[in-house]
Design a protein around this ligand. Structure first.
Ligand code: MN
Length: 715
């Protein structure tokens, strides 16, 4: 177990003026608060934060990171509080510890590739300080190193999560030793058989290989010395997991994996690096397309180096990396290099420079699109503009920053979006325009009756939600326009004596629709509803001669009206002077002079007169309605029906007919039904001069003995 003094010594070695007091206080606090807790290994719990802090010194991190590393499990596993930590260690240390705790609280259901990528981004986005990630990585390294104490199923789960999530993060951040170690330990648990095989083979040929490595290193050193270049030469083998991946990817055996060995030449200046490259290529034949200039074009994670693969002295491939000491430092520590102590500079100042540098990198090197590289995610990770949230099932969804529950709902499914009524975030109701934050669990309440609102367009952030909402609103509008357009056209067609339905079924319809530039009859009707075409335009396409008809109709109405105005007293006709226009009386209501009436113009059939209270009059097309008045004096008689209910007595019918004739009416038709209850129902059609006359007739019949009721029929 590493001791606190080792850690303090290590810090002092790379940061002589370090505030060791902070680290010591964190150690004392951690020791006290974890007192009594033990790891599964049986060791005191304190060993874990100490090891993590030890790993952080390997990254040469500042004392704030070390203190946070020593305290990283206190909020999760003990009764320590954030307030207490702030009081003792200040807000910076506390925020980092809180960040690590927040990450530990996440649990991931899926390890699908796409999910893993989202989870990685989510972790990076959730950490507002990169040191949170570095501590989390060191935490994972120590947990992997002690994985043998976990139960078997947990070993596999943790190993898989490490491969899916944490090793790639270490890779992105350029901390390759952590990436390699995490991968190798996980490999051992996930593929124990394959691991033993490769480890065995690497070990078996160890002596042979070491001799070979020394030979190559000697040749390189000799050539460099001849060119007056002073350098350090390192030789190494690939990590086991890397060898295995290569065997799988290329479907080759262990012996066939050539570049198991790699060499590194470290020089002083960039110019020397290119000189060294020239020498290597003149000694050994380079393999085409294997040369990469990461000095001229640094990787987005700041990695710089020249890479080449050559055919070595014994005919096998050798991978060679050439870089300066500074580049090597960055290559070994990755992004952590920029949080390391540098003489004469405070950490904060350093940090500011790094962010400026990163930003510049992001802006200038947009063209670097390699998905394996840090580039495309730098923006997301260090300047997050995405949020990562959980579905109720534990899936991770990535949404743009500022996204709302409505965006979330549409990201799940269009239907969920369309029917989205409300939302819960971490179990609490929130407004639909609530801004989601990374790590939240979102639950959508939906109802089949619910419809998207136009207001949503004011706050949604995703193009998907926006287009789905627009689509839905458009469809709704079209439905309404179609119904309205159909109604308007039906009315217009009827007005001109045409039937819209038969026109729609006719052969002409296609031509008409095309002449408007639409694809279907529905499109045309909807266009009328939108107001893009008028119903009359549509009518005219079907009946080009309509204008003439229309004029004709207009003139009929005009003539009628003129005639109505011109009195023709002699005619005795009820409508003022329209005797030479065909006038018919509605059989339905049999209007009488003195009663309010309206006329209905029928082309070719003149005017039909109805009482204003007649159902037919009420349903009339207003365009064909014509106001009428009775002539002041008429001598005409008008037919009207009356119904009389009476006791069936001898001589009754005679009494009624006598009464009718006394009232100066003629009986046009009579019909008598005798009922079983000795009552009789009589229906007469009589002729009267006007409404008043009818009233008198009915009154006189009602006064007869044995008559129960008498009333007008028809209405
Ligand atoms: Mn831990």
């Amino acid at each position: 177990m590493i001791r606190i003094t080792d850690i303090l010594d290590s810090v002092s070695s790379y940061h002589p003026e370090a505030d060791l007091d902070l680290v010591e206080r964190a150690y004392v606090y951690s020791a006290r608060i974890h007192d009594g807790q033990v790891r599964l290994s049986g060791e005191p719990y304190l060993s874990h934060p100490l090891e993590v802090a030890g790993l952080l010194t390997q990254l040469k991190l500042d004392t704030v990171s070390l203190a946070a590393g020593l305290l990283h499990d206190t909020l999760e596993d003990t009764n320590a509080t954030a307030e207490e930590l702030t009081k003792i260690f200040g807000p910076q240390v506390t925020q980092i510890v809180e960040g690590v705790t927040k990450l530990s609280a996440l649990s991931f259901r899926s390890s699908e590739d796409r999910q893993a990528e989202s989870i990685r981004k989510m972790i990076l986005a959730m950490a507002d300080d990169i040191r949170v990630i570095l501590i989390k990585l060191c935490d994972r390294v120590h947990n992997m190193r002690t994985l043998q104490f976990q139960k078997e199923h947990k070993q596999v789960r943790i190993a898989q999560e490490t491969v899916d999530i944490y090793a790639p993060i270490a890779n992105r951040l350029g901390i390759y030793w952590i990436k390699n170690e995490l991968e190798d330990i996980a490999f051992m648990y996930l593929f124990p058989h394959e691991y033993r095989e490769i480890a065995g083979q690497v070990a078996r040929k160890k002596d042979e290989r070491e001799e070979y490595v020394e030979t190559i290193k000697d040749i390189i050193r000799e050539k460099m010395t001849q060119a007056h270049l002073s350098c350090t030469v390192l030789g190494r083998h690939k990590n086991f997991s890397g060898i295995y991946q290569k065997m799988m990817a290329q479907q080759v055996s262990f012996e066939e994996v050539y570049d198991i060995l790699g060499f590194r030449i470290i020089l002083d200046t960039v110019q020397q690096c290119y000189e060294a490259l020239g020498i290597i290529h003149s000694v050994w034949k380079p393999i085409p397309k294997r040369f990469k200039d990461h000095i001229g074009i640094p990787k987005p994670n700041m990695y710089q180096s020249l890479h080449t693969t050559v055919i070595g002295p014994f005919g096998d491939r050798i991978e060679i990396q050439i870089r300066t000491k500074e580049m090597d430092r960055v290559a070994r520590h990755g992004i952590a290099a920029h949080w390391q102590y540098k003489e004469g500079k405070s950490v904060d100042e350093n940090e500011g420079q790094v962010f400026a540098w990163l930003r510049k990198l992001v802006e200038e090197q947009e063209y670097l699109k390699d998905p394996d590289e840090f580039m495309e995610t730098v923006r997301l990770e260090l300047f997050p503009d995405e949020v990562y949230v959980f579905t109720p099932r534990g899936d991770v969804l990535s949404l743009p920053k500022g996204a709302t529950p409505v965006d979330f709902a549409y990201a799940i499914h269009s239907e969920v979006g369309n029917q989205c009524m409300g939302a819960k975030v971490n179990g609490r109701m929130v407004p639909l325009k609530y801004e989601l934050k990374t790590g939240q669990r979102v639950d959508i309440t939906s109802s089949a009756k619910h419809k998207p609102s136009r207001d949503w367009l004011n706050f949604v952030k995703t193009a998907r939600a926006r287009s789905r909402i627009r689509q839905h609103i458009k469809a709704e509008e079209r439905k309404q326009s179609l119904a309205l357009g159909r109604e308007m056209c039906e009315k217009a067609f009827r007005k001109y004596g045409l039937s819209l339905n038969s026109c729609l079924k006719s052969a002409e319809i296609r031509k008409v629709v095309e002449s408007f530039g639409y694809k279907s009859a529905d499109d045309l009707l909807a266009a009328v509803g939108y107001g893009k075409a008028t119903p009359l335009q549509v009518v005219r396409r079907f009946a080009p001669n309509l204008q003439a008809d229309e004029e004709q109709r207009e003139s009929i109405v005009h003539k009628l009206k003129e005639r109505i105005r011109r009195p023709k007293p002699k005619s005795g006709i009820l409508v003022k002077g329209v005797e030479d226009v065909l006038v018919r009386y509605g059989k339905c209501c049999k209007p009488l002079p003195g009663e309010p009436v309206v006329g209905y113009i029928t082309r070719g059939q003149g005017i039909t007169v109805h009482r204003t209270i007649c159902a037919h009059a009420l349903n009339m097309d207003s365009a064909r309605r014509i106001e009428l008045e009775w002539a002041p004096e008429t001598n005409e008689l008008y037919p009207v029906g009356i119904h009389v209910l009476c006791h069936d007595r001898m001589g009754l019918l005679a009494n009624i007919t006598s009464a009718l004739s006394t009232a100066e009416t003629n009986i046009l038709d009579a019909n008598v039904i005798t009922r079983a209850d000795e009552k009789a129902e009589c229906n007469f059609t009589i002729s009267v001069t006007d409404a008043q006359h009818l009233e008198k007739v009915i009154k006189s019949i009602k006064s007869l003995k044995n008559v129960i009721t008498a009333r007008r029929t028809g209405i």
